[in-house]
Design a protein around this ligand. Structure first.
Ligand SMILES: *Cc1c(COP(=O)(O)O)cnc(C)c1O
Length: 397
């Protein structure tokens, strides 16, 4: 059966994704079931999307409620779900205005347009971004990135962008000047392998901003919505961003992105200068509001304690397998095991044990699970991970 589905997928879906060999039947909480009835513990969470797990009843009921009122009317109208969600986002970030889109990529492009426009008005014409960054798949987003697989033979890309070494204060200092309009960064690089900026790097960035006056633009698409223990990952740092953007976890599984800007950008666009047909879809916004209300009610401290428990367990495994694990990277529920071998191999062993994880940047096993994992589920995962390492060592060439 898997074979026939696989064959039909290959026949009709344009090849872009390396699929896992699972045909999904349903998903609930932290579990996914395949069509043969096998249950998998899910530590991928729809790639950092299902922050409250699958089929969260509160999200479903809020979606249903909104579906029966209206599911799309266009952005020509005032829509309460958008306004309510925007109010929450402003409260949680202390920023000033929200623009809703459908995805991370679109939000990146919106941020880039704002940076360019603000730059043009202030006679600043270059944008800085960082190696190892991931911002999406549009031409704007790709222009901020360097990964050859994503760009080869697809140029030309946007001009006026310098992509420099991540977390290197001296290179940053050399790169920035009066002509710098904006700096685009993830404070934790998700796709790039769970690298984090240092406090020293942030201090340098702040000092340079005071001297040269540019926009600090932070991509929170993967790291936002409490994944790292705070609503946004920049909130762990002494940072006052001008633009941040969210997507993945925001819609609780529905497509939704939000670009959030600081006060000095309140009037950056005239009516009609930016927009989208579906952005801020009322059903997606109702789901987003349910996500935020669930977190308001949930004990975020429990979530943080469990994430610590996971990290401690992983550190123990690192001591047990020093020849196979270099480092445990990341923060909260955005973690990476930096392995001494190709992480796909461990991912496949775990999948065989009915545990879903993710492989990124070659040797990194990435964990971006639902944030509602229980301690018992985490302990089960840690035991199975231990087993997977033992199996890897047995079968290793
Ligand atoms: C996933 C991701 C994006 C792209 O989001 P899409 O919704 O896939 O367009 C952008 N930035 C970061 C940091 C991401 O992890």
């Amino acid at each position: 059966m898997i074979n026939s589905i696989r064959k039909r997928d290959k026949e009709h879906i344009l090849n872009t994704y390396a699929r896992l060999e699972i045909e999904v039947a349903r998903a609930e909480g932290c579990y996914v079931w395949d069509t043969s009835g096998n249950r998998y513990l899910d530590l991928l969470g729809g790639i950092a999307v299902n922050v409250l797990g699958h089929s969260n009843p509160k999200i479903i009921s809020e979606i249903e409620r909104q579906l029966h009122k209206y599911m799309h009317v266009s952005n020509f109208f005032y829509q309460e779900p958008q306004i309510k969600l925007a109010e929450k986002l402003i409260e949680l970030t202390g920023l000033s205005k929200v623009f809703f889109s459908n995805s991370g990529t679109e939000s990146t492009d919106g941020a880039l347009k704002i940076a360019r426009k603000w730059g043009a008005e202030n006679h600043k014409h270059r944008v800085i971004s960082f190696k190892g960054g991931f911002h999406g798949r549009s031409y704007g987003a790709l222009s901020l990135m360097e990964k050859p697989l994503y760009k080869d033979n697809m140029g030309p890309f946007l001009a006026g962008i310098d992509t420099i070494a991540y977390n290197d204060t001296s290179i940053l200092t050399q790169a920035i000047n009066d002509n710098t309009a904006a700096v685009f960064l993830e404070v934790i690089q998700g796709e790039g392998g769970l690298n984090m900026v240092s406090n020293e790097f942030v201090d340098t960035l702040n000092t340079l901003q005071k001297k040269y006056n540019f926009l600090i633009c932070i991509d929170e698409v993967q790291s936002g919505v409490w994944r790292t223990g705070k609503f946004c990952s920049y909130q762990h740092y002494n940072l006052k961003p001008d633009i941040i953007w969210l997507a993945k976890g925001l819609g609780g599984g529905l497509p939704l992105g939000a670009l959030i800007t600081s006060e000095r950008l309140d009037n950056i666009f005239l009516s009609g200068q930016h927009g989208t047909t579906f952005g801020g879809n009322p059903v997606s916004c109702a789901a987003g509001l349910a996500v935020i209300e669930e977190f308001d009610n949930a004990a975020i401290s429990t979530l943080q304690l469990n994430a610590e428990h996971l990290k401690n367990g992983l550190s123990k495994l690192k001591s047990k397998y020093p020849n196979y694990i270099n480092e445990i990277k990341g923060k909260g529920y955005m973690l990476g095991l930096d392995l001494t071998f190709e992480s796909k191999k461990l991912r496949d062993l775990l999948l065989d044990q009915r545990i879903i994880t993710n492989s990124t940047s070659g040797n990194i096993l990435r964990l971006v699970p639902p944030l509602i994992l229980t301690k018992a589920e985490l302990d089960y995962f840690l035991e199975e991970l231990d087993k997977a390492f033992m199996r890897y060592i047995e079968i290793m060439p």
